[in-house]
Design a protein around this ligand. Structure first.
Ligand code: NAD
Length: 272
């Protein structure tokens, strides 16, 4: 059997951080070596197991990457765009692979991640669920068949604390559709500047977002023609699916050469 992958989790006290700690407990392919929080966090020194509502596991919340760097090989980052860049610098310096789940990262910061991937292996995905990865593949096929003659809408709903709008997953869906139309997303927006000036052209993509309650994540792509409408929906009811996907990505990444990978690579769906 493969040796367990030694991981560290950044953003340990966040919604995803706690879910990752919990999920890693039951994964015999993962060894939790370190957990990180912001410099000066009141949680520094707390036990990671207790923080996640489990039994003590002896891994202490730390803000000292240099000191703890020998305890892990892959860092899993679900923090904020600033947090991702902060940890990216450390991962480059100490040659650690990285799994990046943070969303809302700007194009210029994505370029920094791309440059870093010449030196360290990185898996980055706006959504680590298997279902959304399959959905992105389906979107390519549907768009090629009917994208040019339908009005396309991407709708998404998340809990009220999620800050980025539209969600990273909705944008990934839009980019997948645009790419299947051989276009850039910025050239296919249905309502550029927030206006529907003279009625929309087919093949344009609109986005709608809801931020409310405790919704974990729901995404739908609608392809709307006169007389028929195709809807493809994914609903996440637990953060467990993102944590499982991120831990699977960490395990897969451990022995891979430096490169920027996606969840399609992890699930070996890139050639489909
Ligand atoms: P959260 O606000 O509950 O937790 C964020 C954590 O990151 C906190 O512990 C916070 O202290 C830490 N953090 C934030 N900025 C930091 C910084 N500059 N330096 C160090 N630590 C920092 O958020 P969450 O709901 O856990 O989501 C975190 C990110 O993951 C968001 O971008 C969210 O959209 C994304 N997300 C992605 C997926 C996916 O599958 N890719 C799934 C769920 C959430």
């Amino acid at each position: 059997m493969k040796k367990p992958t030694r991981v560290a989790i950044a953003g340990a006290s966040g919604r995803m951080g706690k879910q990752l700690i919990q999920t890693s407990f039951n994964d015999n392919q993962i060894e939790l070596g370190a957990v990180f929080e912001r410099v000066g966090s009141p949680l520094l020194g707390a036990d990671a197991g207790e923080l996640a509502g489990l039994i003590r596991n002896g891994v202490k919340v730390s803000d000292d990457f240099a000191k703890d760097n020998e305890k892990f090989d892959v860092l899993i980052d679900f923090t904020s765009p600033d947090g991702t860049l902060y940890y990216l610098d450390f991962c480059r310096k100490y040659k650690k692979a990285m799994v990046i789940g943070t969303t809302g990262i700007t194009e210029s910061d994505k370029e920094k991640i791309n440059i870093a991937s010449a030196e360290i292996a990185i898996v980055m995905a706006a959504n680590f669920s298997v279902g959304i990865t399959v959905l992105l593949k389906l979107l390519e096929r549907v768009t090629r068949v009917m994208g040019n003659r339908t009005d396309i809408e991407v709708t998404e709903a998340h809990h009220k604390y999620k800050t980025d709008i539209p969600s990273g997953t909705a944008l990934a869906m839009g980019e997948t559709i645009a790419s299947a139309l051989d276009k850039d997303l910025k050239d296919c927006l249905a309502y550029p500047g927030g206006k529907n000036i003279s009625g929309r052209e087919s093949g344009k993509i609109g986005f709608t977002s809801i931020r409310a309650g405790d919704i974990v994540g729901e995404h739908t792509a609608l392809f709307i023609d006169e007389g028929e409408r195709l809807e493809i929906t994914h609903k996440a009811s637990s953060r467990l699916i993102f944590a499982r996907g991120a831990l699977r990505a960490a395990s897969w990444l451990n022995d891979k050469p430096a490169k920027l990978y996606s969840m399609l690579d992890v699930l070996e769906m890139n050639g489909d």
